[in-house]
Each structure stands twice: as structure tokens, then as C-alpha cells.
Design a protein around this ligand. Structure first.
Ligand SMILES: Nc1ncnc2c1ncn2[C@@H]1O[C@H](COP(=O)(O)OP(=O)(O)OP(=O)(O)O)[C@@H](O)[C@H]1O
Length: 581
């Protein structure tokens, strides 16, 4: 059976908050029972005080009536407050466990699930589950109990009215549900259109230059008008249903009350009940409508929560990364930095069943070897890097460092082994020092300073008002080239023996590129460097170039040998020279 995160979270919230849970049960019983008392007091006042014209107990009875109403309010408040607190605790529990799961989940999950889908598991679905407690199951239970109480109270006065009430409940429920469905449909349409209207504004702002240069102003204006018009229509629909629902319910209530009054009049006396009972019945009938109206919404919340529960549980049961050797330490694997053997042992990989991206890759790298992977776009270079870092598991074969399968290396040890730099620098919240250490407590300030110095950014950072402690909250503090240098500092700060460089100089001008390359040349003396580059001539000198084609190694060798023996490589270099000359 599937592991239900929701059941566990609810169980945990209840057992850890026994006092609150008992208070909730007490408040629910209090609301149900006390809400049946006022009509009984009313009946007593009419039959025993007003009809016989006795006023002695009137004040006490009026005070009791008020106190009971106050009690109903207090019980209701306690119920809502406890439900909200428990709901929040359950939501927090679910979200924390989901985040932990997200970190354990197999990288393949992200191939078929966009970030939007994952975010909606954390937001919409968890919120829907939360409403199950705040306005779903418990609300429904309370409302059903209230309805049962009202029907029994009325039945005690008159079985005939009791029967009418029983018929009335499904009728009112039917009308309410129909209106709620129509209103919800209109509200959803309205929300989609509001999204379109807002998106249109941001899209216009983003593309304003293109709109002007291609003279698309009127096209954009027309689209905007259309979205606005459609939006108004849905708002009108919502308002229409909203405005006619209330009168329909009021009329139904008035007709039923009028009927009870007429049927119990002196002339007809069809119901045979006292005046006090008539007054109490009228109040009970009036109280009948609110729980029925609530039931419709609660049913809807429950339906949404059920699909939310299913999606969250499915997410929670996604495959996780396989077993990692948690006790494995980088120092044990690599006792001597000068002796790092990276081997690709006949690996193949596929994202989707039956569609191999990489086939039978075999390579044995020497310590401190500089290897550049080249090949057409989409051939699988970045995928190969992910396999090297153990983020993906080969479908066949293995990649090993000094004989240890990289897929078994625990994530906590990876930074000591690999330094990864790609085309873009990902800024994190925090200071300049945090950008390098990634808030890793084991990295000292001296190490971060040394890394900054190594990439040549020390002077620039010292010129900032707070130096390394300057908060990086704008994208403009560092230029594109400086960001790449920071990325290199981040990668080398732990002095990992293997550097992986994925198109690090893409998007940079040639002067900045030269600067980056010179920093990398400096680093190359003490690292095994694997790089992906489209511009071969601009990279640091490679010992080996590996040409990938259709997911296989087409050729591998020193640049000099390949220049002699590989037509593709020769023409690639010639084309580059032509472009850059
Ligand atoms: N997460 C993924 N899920 C499914 N397919 C993927 C995924 N990532 C990449 N692919 C596919 O795998 C193939 C190899 O992609 P990869 O990014 O490794 O190529 P690349 O050689 O690095 O390309 P480029 O030079 O353009 O960066 C491509 O066909 C790509 O569409």
C-alpha cells in the first residue's frame, strides 16, 4: 500500500496536540448542542410568559437567551481557532516532509515534471488539503449534526412539520448546489481572464520595443480590450448568480414560515401546536438554511482536497535516489590529489525508455588530465556531466573515481570532489562571501577570500562598501564576466580535484573570455578538468578532445592528432578561425 503522507501528518498533529484535539471535540459538541437551546427558550417564553401574561421570569429568560447566544459564539470561535491552528500544523508538517522528499527524489522525476507542476503540489494541493480541516470534513460534520438536531427538535413539536423539513432539506440543497456550481464556473473563468489581462500588461512591457518596431500596437490593444470585455462578462455572471440566489432563498424561507403560521392559526389549527412551538419552529427553520448552504461549499472543498491528497501522496511516493554509501568520505576515496582516476566503464543512458541518449561510453582519464567534450548541440554533453556528478544513474555501466561508483557518493561529499561551473551564475540570497561558500559552515572566510583572490576579484570586492559582507540583492553588483569569475571561485573554494566546466565562456565578449580562460589555466595545474565548449580555440589547452556523435564517442585524442585524422574536427577549427579572424 502507498505510504500516505497526509494520514501520517494528521496523526502526528493530533498526537502532538492532544489538548487542542480534545478542545476541538468539546467545541464541536458545544456548538451543536447550544445552537438547539435558543428556540426552546423562545418557546418557553411565549407559552409560559407571554401567552399567560406573566412577566416575573422574563428578565432571567431573556438573559439566558443572550448568554446561550454568546456561548454559541464562543464555541464557534474556539472551534474555528483550533481548526486553524491544527490545519496550519498539519500543513507545515506536510510541506516540511515534501521539501525533504524533493531533496531525495530521483533526478529523472524532473525530466517529466515542470517546475510549475512541482510548485503547485506545494501550494494549491497543500492549501486544498488544509481547507479539508478548516472548512471541509469537520465543518460538514458540524453542519450535519446541526441539521439532525434541528429536524429532531421540530419533529418533537410536530411530526408534520418535521416531515416538511425533511423534504425541504434536499430541495434547498439542490438549489444551493446548482448556484454554487454555476458561480464557481464563472469565478474560474474570471480568474483565468484576470490572469490573461495581467499577463498581457507584463508581456506588453517586456516586448515594448518589439511591439513598436513591428508596429503591433493596435494588435496588442485589441487583444487587451477583448480580454477586458470577456472579463467583465464573467464578473457580470458572478454578480447575477450572487444577486438572485439570496432572494430565492429568502422567498423560500418566507413561504415556509408563512405556511407554518397559517396552518397553525386558530382557524385552521392543522398542526395542533402551541404559539411557543410556532415561534420556536420559525427560529429552527430559519437556522436550517445556513448549514445547508455550507454543506455545498464543504462538499466542494472535500472533492478538491481528495484530488490534492492523491497528488501529494503520489509525489511523496515518487522514486528516490538509490542507496548512497553514507559513510563514504571524499578523503578516503582520494587520498592523493595527484592520483585521481576517472573512468567511464561502458556507460549508456536514457531519459525515456527505449531512447538512448548516450551509448557505450568508455574512457579512462589520467590524473590532472584536461579533456574537452565536443559535439553537436543535443548530443548529450551536459547529460554526461550530470552522470559524472552522480546526479543521474547510467542505464548501463558505471562511472568511477578511484574505483568508487560516483552514483554512490553521498551528496554531502560531492563538493569536495567536484567543482561545477556552467554558463550562468546562480545568485543566492546573502552576502558576497555567501555566494562563494553557499553558506556552508565548513568553508572558512579565509578560504573564500583565497578563492576570490585566485579569480582576481579581491580588489573589486574590497572596493565595495562592506567588502565580502556586502549583500548581493541586485543583479547589477557584478558584471556578466565577474559573475562567471565568482562561479569559478564558488567551484574551486573547496579545492576539488575535478572541475567540470560547461560552456563557461558562452555569452561573454572576447576580452572577458580571455580573463576567464587565464584564471582557468591557472587552476588547470592541479585539477582534472573536463570541459564542454563550442569554441575549441578559446578553451584552455586540452590534452584530449572527445568528439561525441549520436551519443557515442566518434573519436578521441590529442588536438594535434585529431587535426590530422578527423575531418569534422579539422573543419570545425577552420570554421572557427574564419569566424574569429
Ligand atoms: N531532463 C531531460 N529529460 C528528457 N530529455 C532530456 C533532458 N535533458 C536533456 N534531454 C535530452 O537529451 C539530449 C541531450 O541533451 P544535453 O543537454 O545533454 O545535450 P548537450 O549536448 O549538452 O546540448 P547543448 O550543446 O545544446 O547544451 C537532448 O536531446 C535533450 O533534449
Amino acid at each position: 500500500m502507498k505510504n500516505s503522507l497526509i494520514k501520517r501528518a494528521i496523526g502526528k498533529a493530533i498526537t502532538h496536540n492532544i489538548g487542542l484535539s480534545i478542545l476541538l471535540v468539546f467545541a464541536i459538541c458545544g456548538v451543536v448542542v447550544t445552537s438547539l437551546i435558543p428556540p426552546q427558550i423562545l418557546k418557553y417564553i411565549v407559552d409560559h410568559n407571554l401567552v399567560p401574561h406573566k412577566s416575573e421570569k422574563l428578565l432571567t429568560l431573556a438573559a439566558s437567551y443572550t448568554v446561550i447566544l454568546l456561548l454559541i459564539g464562543i464555541f464557534d470561535f474556539v472551534k474555528e481557532a483550533v481548526l486553524t491552528i491544527l490545519g496550519q500544523k498539519i500543513t507545515k508538517e506536510i510541506k516540511v516532509e515534501m521539501m525533504e522528499k524533493l531533496e531525495r527524489i530521483n533526478a529523472m522525476f524532473f525530466s517529466s515534471n515542470s517546475s510549475g507542476v512541482v510548485v503547485s503540489r506545494f501550494t494549491n494541493d497543500v492549501d486544498a488539503i488544509n481547507s479539508l480541516f478548516t472548512s471541509g470534513i469537520i465543518g460538514m460534520m458540524v453542519d450535519c449534526l446541526k441539521l439532525i438536531g434541528i429536524v429532531i427538535s421540530i419533529w418533537i413539536f410536530s411530526s408534520r412539520i418535521g416531515m416538511v423539513t425533511l423534504l425541504l432539506i434536499p430541495a434547498i440543497y439542490g438549489i444551493t448546489r446548482e448556484f454554487q456550481k454555476r458561480m464557481l464556473k464563472a469565478q474560474i473563468e474570471n480568474r483565468i481572464l484576470i490572469g490573461k489581462v495581467n499577463n498581457h500588461i507584463s508581456e506588453s512591457l517586456k516586448n515594448i520595443l518589439m511591439i513598436k518596431s513591428y508596429s503591433k500596437e493596435s494588435y496588442m490593444e485589441e487583444n487587451y480590450k477583448r480580454y477586458l470585455l470577456d472579463n467583465y462578462k464573467t464578473v457580470e455572471k458572478v454578480n447575477f448568480y450572487d444577486s438572485i440566489y439570496s432572494p430565492i432563498i429568502q422567498c423560500t424561507r418566507a413561504v415556509v414560515i408563512a405556511l407554518i403560521v397559517v396552518l397553525s392559526s386558530k382557524q385552521l389549527n392543522f398542526l395542533g401546536i402551541s404559539l411557543g412551538m410556532v415561534a420556536a419552529t420559525i427560529e429552527l427553520i430559519s437556522n436550517l438554511f445556513a448549514p445547508i448552504e455550507n454543506l455545498g461549499m464543504e462538499l466542494q472543498n472535500i472533492q478538491q482536497a481528495i484530488s490534492g491528497i492523491k497528488r501529494v501522496n503520489d509525489f511523496y511516493n515518487e522514486a528516490e535516489d538509490d542507496y548512497k554509501e553514507q559513510d563514504l568520505k571524499a578523503e578516503d576515496m582520494i587520498s592523493n590529489r595527484e592520483d585521481v582516476q576517472l573512468s567511464f566503464n561502458n556507460i549508456s543512458f536514457q531519459y525515456e525508455e527505449g531512447a538512448d541518449i548516450l551509448h557505450n561510453i568508455n574512457l579512462n582519464l589520467k590524473p590532472n588530465e584536461k579533456v574537452t567534450f565536443v559535439g553537436r548541440t543535443g548530443v548529450g554533453k551536459t547529460t554526461l556531466f550530470k552522470l559524472i556528478m552522480g546526479l543521474l544513474k547510467p542505464t548501463k555501466g558505471s562511472i568511477t573515481i578511484n574505483g568508487v561508483d560516483v552514483y554512490n557518493i553521498p551528496n554531502s561529499e560531492k563538493r569536495k570532489i567536484f567543482g561545477y561551473v556552467d554558463q550562468s551564475f546562480h545568485v543566492i540570497k546573502g552576502t558576497v562571501a555567501d555566494q562563494i561558500s553557499l553558506q556552508d559552515g565548513s568553508i572558512t572566510r579565509e578560504q573564500a577570500e583565497k578563492a576570490l583572490d585566485f579569480v582576481g576579484l579581491k580588489d573589486y570586492v574590497e572596493s565595495l562598501e562592506y567588502g565580502m559582507d556586502t549583500i548581493v540583492n541586485s543583479d547589477n553588483l557584478f558584471s556578466q564576466g565577474q559573475k562567471q569569475l565568482l562561479a569559478i571561485a564558488r567551484a574551486i573554494v573547496t579545492n576539488p580535484p575535478i572541475l567540470l566546466l560547461d560552456e563557461v565562456t558562452a555569452n561573454l565578449d572576447s576580452i572577458t573570455e580571455e580573463k576567464i580562460v587565464s584564471v582557468l589555466k591557472k587552476a588547470s595545474h592541479s585539477h582534472t578538468i573536463l570541459s564542454i565548449s563550442h569554441r575549441l580555440s578559446s578553451m584552455i589547452a586540452s590534452d584530449t578532445v572527445v568528439i561525441l556523435e549520436h551519443g557515442r564517442i566518434k573519436n578521441a585524442g590529442s588536438p594535434e592528432v585529431l587535426l590530422e585524422s578527423d575531418d569534422w574536427y579539422r573543419s570545425h577549427i577552420a570554421l572557427e578561425k574564419l569566424t574569429w579572424s
